[in-house]
Ligand binder design. Structure first.
Ligand SMILES: Nc1ncnc2c1ncn2[C@@H]1O[C@H](COP(=O)(O)OP(=O)(O)O)[C@@H](O)[C@H]1O
Ligand SMILES: C=C(OP(=O)(O)O)C(=O)O
Ligand SMILES: [K+]
Ligand SMILES: [Mg+2]
Length: 499
């Protein structure tokens, strides 16, 4: 069905007040900005599946956001669909100020001046909204802008300005965030700043009660926000944005205190090693699920749709994987706030969600090969080799063993162990060059080409391992058996200690 037909159908159903449930269960949070703040676009986004409208108070004035709130509420009335408004607090992050012209194109190698004095019309001077910024950097410091998409290196620091060379260029927009190497760029204030308290007051006055706290450090930050609201006799709902190292260290206490959690992958990916983001996402979602706190996975989910009508396969897969991880909600940022296709992006998100949810039981948790065998499925077809590989996994787990030694002709024994993705290395010994080459594709398998039939004997394998120095004496290993001359297939395992 075409987008317009879908929107039409939902709109008619909602207007006739017929009870109809959305066709996706994953909640969709959309950041509202210049590209989406009109009543018309907001209505279309609601029809396409938006559940929560997020206003990022780091951008725009209270007047602008007041109007956004009015438009969002009107759109909900117009479509007959529910909406929740989430106010995202700025937090203690240093940002650049308003640029005279935007986007400001920064080119590799050119010099720019970051200034804490009010902006001039000189486009090479970038205003910074924090007076003490020059004290935070020194010659040679690296500055990341816009979640690390742009990179500068500091050449010179003066009282009110910092001169820097562009290392990675690109377009820069007003009020983009700044991060300093080593996790800086967050002012050493409480995560809930005076400005944040003003924002809470603004929200409460607008009849809103749901706030996301940026750069939260510890549970106390949430209490500070709650206590502030309590002074006006109000109770608020808090989403803790996990986007810095300290929050990861204090994750358990934060999760206990918060109403919901956001994996704020944009800042998290500059404040902590970017390669750790996927595992951190899974860990936060799992902990939040255990406590029954809703989790929002945020940032760059369908990023390329900011400019293109179709997402990349990697992005579609990212959304699906977050859902399979157990996220409650997925979030859109640039895609809907400044993107060219806000409605299409929401519709795409909804489509991915529906499809992934339908297939969860086939591809989600509990669907690994190990689960398959342990549930006893396909028992009629189970082979001796399957049983041996399962026993290898049991032995590795139970005894904390780090290496499996597998003599193999076809490669099936190491592959059958590898399918369970054990933590141990699988060292495979084969005479067959083709088997040796093809084992390059298997997870955790390190193949060795041996020269003669007698090297298949486990005594010979142990000798070569001992000589290689790969495994230290005293280390316990699992060795599979059966390839030895005169025997076919792997039918046993032995556990021994390298001497
Ligand atoms: N109310 C707004 N007015 C103007 N631009 C906005 C607004 N909200 C968001 N944006 C733009 O969308 C981008 C992505 O939104 P978001 O991820 O919430 O911001 P950020 O990473 O800057 O905190 C922002 O950096 C900004 O360029
Ligand atoms: C959601 C995030 O926060 P913000 O967009 O406000 O920087 C993030 O950093 O991923
Ligand atoms: K924010
Ligand atoms: Mg952030």
């Amino acid at each position: 069905m075409m987008l317009e037909e879908v929107l039409q159908r939902i709109s008619e159903q909602a207007k006739r007040k017929r009870m109809s449930l959305p066709d996706h269960k994953t909640k969709i949070v959309c950041t509202i900005g210049p590209a989406s703040r009109s009543r018309e676009t907001l209505s279309r986004m609601l029809l396409a599946g938006m559940n929560v409208a997020r206003l990022n108070l780091s951008h725009g004035s209270f007047d602008e956001h007041r109007e956004n709130i009015r438009n969002i509420r009107t759109a909900a009335e117009d479509t007959g669909l529910p909406v929740t408004i989430l106010l995202d607090l700025p937090g203690p992050k240093i940002r650049i100020g308003d640029l005279a012209y935007e986007p400001l194109e920064l080119h590799k190698g050119e010099t720019v001046t970051l200034t804490t004095t009010p902006a001039s019309s000189d486009p090479s001077r970038i205003p910074v909204d924090f007076d003490q910024f020059p004290q935070l950097v020194s010659e040679g410091s690296t500055i990341f802008l816009n979640d690390g998409f742009l990179q500068l290196q500091v050449d010179e620091v003066a009282e009110n300005e910092v001169r820097a060379t562009v290392v990675i260029g690109g377009p820069l927009l007003s009020r983009k965030g700044m991060s300093l190497v080593g996790g800086g760029g967050i002012v050493a204030l409480s995560a809930v700043t005076d400005r944040d308290l003003e924002c809470i007051e603004f929200g409460l006055a607008e009849g809103l009660d749901t706030f996301s706290i940026s750069f939260i450090e510890r549970a106390e930050d949430i209490l500070k926000a709650r206590e502030y609201a309590a002074r006006s006799g109000k109770s608020i709902k808090v989403i803790a944005k996990i986007e810095r190292q300290e929050a990861l260290a204090n994750l358990d206490e934060i999760l206990r205190e918060t109403d919901g959690v956001m994996i704020a992958r944009g800042d998290l990916g500059v404040q902590t090693p970017i390669e750790e983001v996927p595992a951190v996402q899974k860990r936060i979602i799992q902990k939040a699920n255990i406590l029954g706190r809703p989790a929002i996975t945020a940032t760059q989910m369908l990023m390329s749709m900011t400019d293109n009508i179709r997402p990349t396969r990697a992005e579609v897969t990212d959304v699906a994987n977050a859902i399979l991880d157990g996220t409650d909600a997925v979030m859109l940022s640039e895609e809907t706030s400044i993107g060219k296709y806000p409605v299409e992006t929401v519709a795409m998100m909804a489509k991915i969600a529906r499809s992934t949810e339908e297939k969860r039981s086939l591809v989600g948790a509990g669907c690994s090969p190990l689960d398959y065998f342990r549930r006893g499925k396909g028992r009629e077809e189970i082979t001796v080799n399957d049983v041996v590989s399962l026993n290898v996994i049991e032995a590795l787990d139970a005894l904390g063993i780090h290496y499996v030694l597998t003599p193999t002709r076809s490669g099936s024994t190491p592959r059958n162990i590898s399918r369970f993705k054990p933590g141990a290395w699988i060292l495979a010994f084969t005479r067959n060059p083709s088997t040796f080459k093809f084992l390059a594709f298997s997870y955790g398998v390190s193949p060795f080409l041996i020269r003669s039939e007698k090297e298949y004997w486990h005594g010979a394998i142990l000798d070569s391992i001992r000589d290689s120095g790969l495994i230290s004496p005293g280390e316990r290993v699992v060795l599979t058996e059966g390839v030895s001359p005169g025997r076919e297939g792997t039918d046993s395992l032995i556990i021994l200690t390298v001497d």
